[in-house]
Design a protein around this ligand. Structure first.
Ligand code: HEC
Length: 146
C-alpha cells in the first residue's frame, strides 16, 4: 500500500470515529424538510404498491446508493453514511416525527430530494411506481402501517 493511500485511510477512519458519537437515530428528530405542494402531500399510496419490490430497492438496488446506506437497515437513520450527515437521515421508526410525514410528502422528497441535505433527488433513477413501492415498504415495515 502506498503512503498516500495509508494517510487517506487514516483520515477517513478518524472522521468516522469523530462522527459516530452523533445521534442519528434520535427521536423526536428535528425536522426542517420543505413541505410538498398540497396536491402531492395529500396523495395516498396506490393500492397496487408492492412492499416487497420496495424492500429490494431500499435494501439493495436503488441508485446512486441503497437507501439503507443512510437510513439504516432497520429504518432508524443509523446507516453507515447516515451518521456523518447533518441534518441526519430521517429515522422512520420515530413515531413522534413521522406522524407529521404523509405518504405523499415522502413520495415528493424521494422524487425531488431535500435541498441542502444528503437526501438527493431519485426521480431520474426511480419511476413513480418504484417510489410508491418504497414508500409502501417504509410505512409497512418501519412504521407498522397496514
Ligand atoms: C446519502 C444519504 C441518503 C440516501 C442514500 C437516502 N437518503 Fe433519504 N434522507 C437523507 C437525509 C439526510 C434526510 C433528511 C433531509 C432533511 O432533513 O430535510 C433524508 C430524508 C428522507 C425522507 C424524509 C422526508 C420528510 O419529509 O421528512 C424520506 C421519506 C427519505 N429520505 C427516503 C429515502 C429513500 C426511499 C431513499 C432511497 C431511495 C433515500 N431516502 C436515500 C439521506 C439519504
Amino acid at each position: 500500500m502506498n503512503r498516500k493511500l495509508i494517510i487517506a485511510l487514516t483520515l477517513v477512519a478518524g472522521l468516522a470515529a469523530s462522527t459516530t458519537a452523533q445521534a442519528a437515530g434520535t427521536c423526536p428528530q428535528p425536522r426542517k424538510t420543505q413541505a410538498a405542494p398540497a396536491n402531492f402531500a395529500s396523495k395516498a399510496i396506490p393500492a397496487s404498491a408492492d412492499a416487497a419490490a420496495g424492500k429490494t430497492l431500499y435494501q439493495k438496488t436503488s441508485k446512486p446508493m441503497a437507501c439503507k446506506m443512510c437510513h439504516g437497515e432497520a429504518g432508524d437513520g443509523n446507516g453507515k453514511l447516515g451518521k456523518a450527515l447533518k441534518p441526519n437521515p430521517r429515522n422512520f421508526t420515530c413515531t413522534d416525527t413521522m406522524k407529521d410525514v404523509s405518504p405523499g410528502q415522502m413520495f415528493w422528497i424521494i422524487k425531488n430530494g431535500s435541498k441542502g441535505t444528503g437526501m438527493v433527488a431519485h426521480g431520474k433513477s426511480l419511476s413513480d411506481k418504484d417510489i410508491w413501492n418504497v414508500v409502501k415498504y417504509i410505512r409497512s415495515d418501519f412504521m407498522h402501517e397496514k
